[in-house]
Design a protein around this ligand. Structure first.
Ligand code: SF4
Ligand code: SF4
Length: 90
């Protein structure tokens, strides 16, 4: 799976199922929402986007966004910028 997994805060009931199935210790973090309810967010620094939490969440509180196009766009502009800087007259 490519992309980024995230929590839909209003749907999360803090049932902890996502933490139980997650193969990465630090990929989930507990926090309190503005209305002081316990929630579980994805820590994208550690998440490997395996999708296990999306499958197990009964509340549809986990979803995924495909950022491949964003990555390719940034990558192409990076290559173009490097090419332009290398061909600039000195
Ligand atoms: S499994 Fe879903 S509802 Fe349960 S804590 Fe995780 S994100 Fe929230
Ligand atoms: S996608 Fe996988 S690694 Fe990321 S939080 Fe969910 S279960 Fe953990």
């Amino acid at each position: 799976m490519q992309g980024r997994v995230f929590t839909i805060e209003k749907e999360c009931t803090a049932c902890n199922k996502c933490i139980e199935v997650c193969p990465v210790d630090m990929a989930n973090r507990v926090y309190k929402s503005l209305d002081r309810k316990r929630k579980i967010a994805v820590n994208s620094k550690y998440c490997i986007s395996c999708g296990a939490c999306i499958k197990i969440c009964d509340h549809n509180a986990r979803d995924y966004t495909d950022d491949t196009e964003d990555f390719l766009w940034i990558w192409q502009w990076g290559i173009l910028s490097i090419s332009l800087s290398l061909h600039r007259p000195r």
